[in-house]
Design a protein around this ligand. Structure first.
Ligand SMILES: [Fe+2]
Ligand SMILES: [Fe+2]
Length: 176
């Protein structure tokens, strides 16, 4: 499996969950909260591992670096919407609007990744590197899964920092 296939498998899962989420109506509070949690459990490990393995490999070779930064911005925007949904205690019109906003933000983000970012990366990495990245990506995801909001946010910040500066932050995150 290549990194492209691994990422796309996750993207398809998230898209399916988003479709379920926006189809829920008023009175479906419990199910709404449960689907939001399922999205969280797919999206956060995916995004952190994608940043650490895929985006940062792109930044390392220094071409298409702007595409990776743009991806980070979109991760941040999506996670802000996700937190709004996690914090809400009942489903109302406003919440459904936030759910639809999250759906369209993520559909846009996924389309950009599978389009522009994948094709840039396919020029930068060999097939063998794409397979190695998939293994690293799948290995990293379970480690992110249990993290709380503070930890996963600090993780994102660490992913964005130069490795030399990120090391002390990672030590803090995992030993605090
Ligand atoms: Fe992705
Ligand atoms: Fe992403």
């Amino acid at each position: 499996m290549t990194i492209y296939e691994a990422l796309k498998t996750d993207h398809d899962k998230v898209k399916g969950l988003l479709n379920t989420l926006v189809s829920l109506g008023e009175g479906d509070e419990k199910q709404f909260a449960s689907v939001v949690e399922q999205i969280r459990d797919e999206l956060i490990p995916h995004s952190r591992a994608e940043e650490a393995v895929f985006y940062n490999s792109i930044r390392e070779v220094n071409t298409a670096k702007d595409l990776a930064w743009h991806g980070y911005e979109e991760h941040m925007a999506a996670e802000t919407l996700l937190r709004t949904l996690q914090a809400a205690d009942k489903v109302d019109v406003q919440l459904n609007a936030v759910a639809r906003e999250l759906k369209s933000a993520l559909e846009h983000h996924i389309a950009e990744e599978e389009g522009k970012i994948f094709s840039a990366a396919q020029h930068l990495f060999t097939e063998e590197e794409a397979v190695t990245m998939a293994e690293a990506f799948e290995g990293l995801k379970p480690k992110v899964k249990e993290g709380n909001i503070v930890q996963t946010t600090l993780d994102m910040v660490a992913n964005m920092m130069p490795p030399r500066l990120a090391a002390p932050l990672r030590t803090f995150i995992y030993h605090a």
